[in-house]
Design a protein around this ligand. Structure first.
Ligand code: SF4
Ligand code: SF4
Length: 114
């Protein structure tokens, strides 16, 4: 019981630290370089500017799991729907392009209620 609470508090602390880092404009990780698959992406980190993260429209997601397989950061898990960990997501946009339902979009990290 206490262990679970401690783990939850630690996760929240990490989330807060990540958010502070973003707000300070410092330590945001660089976008991950991924292999060219020949598929032209509709999104570009360079064009977006700032730290982005992917979010899932839970009403549209059909839990197919395709996004899990394309994420280079292992940031996505599928529970009832896809869930994206904003602390792992680099905003590369691969999942956005691959989701057959267009259920994923990119937003500025600071817009996500963590
Ligand atoms: S690819 Fe799209 S529909 Fe499939 S699990 Fe991911 S978000 Fe949901
Ligand atoms: S944008 Fe999608 S594929 Fe890229 S790191 Fe984030 S969750 Fe993974």
């Amino acid at each position: 019981m206490l262990r679970a609470q401690a783990d939850t508090m630690m996760a929240e602390l990490q989330t807060i630290n990540a958010r502070i880092s973003v707000l300070q404009g410092g330590n945001a990780p660089a976008p991950t370089v991924v292999a060219d698959t020949g598929v032209r992406r509709k999104t570009s980190n360079a064009m977006r500017g700032g730290r982005m993260t992917a979010i899932v429209d839970k009403e549209e997601c059909v839990s197919c799991g395709i996004c899990v397989g394309v994420c280079p950061e292992e940031a996505i898990t599928v529970e009832d729907t896809a869930v994206i960990n904003p602390q792992k997501c680099t905003g590369c946009g691969l999942c956005v392009d691959e989701c057959p339902n267009e259920s994923i979009s990119l937003v500025k990290l600071e817009e996500v209620v963590l």
